[in-house]
Design a binder for this molecule. Structure first.
Ligand SMILES: Cc1ncc(COP(=O)(O)O)c(C=O)c1O
Length: 379
């Protein structure tokens, strides 16, 4: 059997990883400023993460959500104070798309409505409802097109207000990334998030903060949305939550009342996934990574600002940073990989996305900045 060929692959076979570094089959070392789509939060193969998973494996690796799994409670109790959402409830699942799917479903169960507001350049996943709120028609199949989605321009307060004036009573939810990732590192403005909050409250719609990529400390706040000083009704989390172990979830405001059977999953919240997620939170706490991200994120931005052709489009917060590449530098991502052995991400049409592990150091920032300075100086 061969693999179903849906990925644009880079010609590299990785065989091991440690901290901020990856190694291929020829022992070539690569610096990772992308974390495999923003997934690596505490560094590759962090020893505490490895040990936490191994210890759990020695006890019990899996049972379904038909028995009490105490490690799920332990995870929820740890996540509450770190995320500052102690009164929210946690539903565990397996991926970002599934988290958003459940968030949207829960919103609709709650207020009995079907319309959802989403924004230009959004990315919320590839399952049915998640892909229908994603602003990319090329990945939406005809079978996903029967949902009632209203797309509005990102950060356009007038458009949002007028939409609620007309449709307010029918809108189940508004879903928004605090910092758009796939859309090219676009930060939602404080006033836009506050308007979403106040309109949702007024019209009894649900504010869903998609924190799959921008959450879990990546911006220096646990949730990038909370920078606006208002809380969402549901936060979806995935990616950095497990540092590579598949685990995701939604944090649910106490106004939602659970009913047996209303949401569910076979694998979600399995003991190994919970062990990985607990290890991540423990490391975030022990290594004071939220503070570190705030400081080192500033160092990263300041270093990049020394390159004039980067500084004018530099954007993002914490360790979720983007900039646009001018046309005279044809394939910066590939040049960094081939010539400097540095992994970065991109976003269409010409944005570089930097999403390193939250414990990245000055040294690695220096390596990236030196490489970029060299490339920009020779073009
Ligand atoms: C903001 C956001 N939401 C949802 C998803 C979907 O997550 P997953 O690929 O785990 O389904 C992604 C993935 O890139 C994302 O960036």
């Amino acid at each position: 059997m061969k693999l179903f060929d849906v990925y644009a692959l880079q010609e590299i076979e990785l065989s091991s990883a440690n901290g901020a570094y990856l190694y291929d089959q020829h022992h070539q070392r690569y610096l990772d400023f992308y974390g495999g789509h923003a997934v690596i939060s505490i560094g590759h193969n962090h020893p505490h993460w490895q040990e936490r998973i191994q210890t759990q494996m020695d006890k019990i690796s899996f049972y379904s959500n038909s028995v009490i799994l105490p490690i799920q409670k332990e995870l929820a109790e740890k996540l509450g104070p770190i995320s500052q959402k102690e009164d929210y409830a946690l539903f565990l699942c397996n991926s970002g798309a599934e988290a958003n799917e459940n968030a949207l479903k829960l919103a609709s169960f709650h207020n009995g409505r079907s319309k959802v507001v989403a924004f230009s350049k959004s990315f919320h996943g590839r399952t049915s409802l998640a892909v229908s709120v994603t602003d990319n028609p090329t990945i939406v199949a005809p079978v996903n097109k029967n949902h009632q989605i209203i797309f509005l321009p990102f950060n356009d307060e007038e458009a949002l207000a007028s939409c609620f004036e007309k449709e307010g009573g029918h809108i189940a939810a508004v879903i928004i990334e605090g910092i758009q990732g796939v859309g090219g590192i676009r930060v939602a403005t404080t006033s836009f998030l506050r308007l979403i909050r106040s309109l949702c409250t007024k019209h009894q719609s649900i504010y869903i903060a998609d924190s799959v990529q921008c959450g879990y400390g990546r911006s220096g706040d646990f949730f990038s949305h909370d920078y606006a000083g208002v809380a969402a009704d549901i936060y979806s989390v995935a990616k950095g939550m497990g540092n590579g172990f598949p685990v995701a979830g939604i944090l649910i405001h106490p106004m939602f009342k659970p009913k047996i059977g209303m949401l569910g999953t076979t694998f979600g919240g399995n003991p190994l996934a919970c062990a990985a997620a607990l290890a991540v939170l423990e490391v975030i706490e022990q290594e004071q990574l939220l503070d570190h991200v705030k400081k080192i994120g500033t160092v990263l931005q300041q270093s990049l600002q020394t390159i004039p052709a980067i500084s004018n489009t530099l954007r993002g917060r914490g360790l979720m940073i983007g900039f646009d590449v001018p046309p005279n530098i044809p394939d910066l991502k590939k040049t960094l990989l081939d010539n400097y052995k540095i992994f970065v991400g991109d976003a269409k049409p010409n944005t570089i996305r930097l999403l390193p592990a939250l414990n990245i150091s000055h040294h690695e920032i220096g390596l990236l900045t030196d490489a970029l300075t060299n490339i920009y100086n020779t073009h």
